[in-house]
Ligand binder design. Structure first.
Ligand code: SF4
Length: 190
């Protein structure tokens, strides 16, 4: 029997280990999709992209790459909407919309995202966005709460020696990551 094809949006290599393994275990044929115009700055974007490239041979999967780095328009779109919930919703919508469109065009049976592995994302909000887009585009969203494999995924990515970043992606999330250091610097230089 032919395996069902699932298009897996991949946000970064370490977050992809558990979802790929889980989907393969469940007998899906997994195809990756790289579309992450939210990663700043470019050096970081390139680094994460190169790590995802490694997954092709590690897991023997094909990955589709959409290389776009619209820094100016990405930021313009978030101006006065920097609040995390609002900007993340826009960010999920953009990435999922592109994934859904590739899913439809490529006649995949399902789509999902490695973002559903992360404990740091707004899971409920992502699910809402994913379901609503899937309904509009008439494609099937494969909902999986990959967070159940959080520890396992971390161990695997470490064993594979994959680069593990310490912020979500956009320049705002980088600032949030270093909030305490900013405070310390202020103290140090006052
Ligand atoms: S924090 Fe992450 S999900 Fe939210 S806008 Fe930034 S890159 Fe996108």
């Amino acid at each position: 029997m032919e395996k069902a094809k699932v298009l897996l949006h991949i946000c970064c290599a370490p977050c992809a280990c558990y979802p790929i393994e889980k989907l393969k275990e469940e007998n899906f044929e997994v195809f990756g999709l790289w579309y992450n115009p939210n990663i700043h700055p470019f050096t970081e974007y390139k680094k994460r992209l190169e790590e995802v490239k490694k997954l092709e041979s590690i897991y023997n999967i094909k990955v589709i790459y959409i290389i776009e780095y619209p820094l100016e328009t990405w930021i313009q779109d978030k101006v006065f909407r920097e609040n995390r919930k609002i900007r993340c919703k826009l960010c999920y919508f953009d990435r999922f919309k592109r994934t859904v469109s590739v899913c439809k065009g490529g006649r995949f049976d399902f789509w999902t995202s490695t973002l559903f592995y992360s404990k740091f994302q707004n899971h409920k909000l992502m699910k809402e966005v994913a379901l609503s887009l899937s309904e509009s585009y008439k494609v099937k969203f494969l909902y999986k709460d990959f967070r159940e494999g959080w520890k396992e995924g971390i161990e695997k990515s470490k064993a594979l020696g994959l680069y593990r970043q310490n912020y979500c992606g956009c320049i705002y999330s980088e600032k949030e990551r270093y909030e305490n250091e900013i405070k310390k610097l202020k103290e140090l230089y006052k």
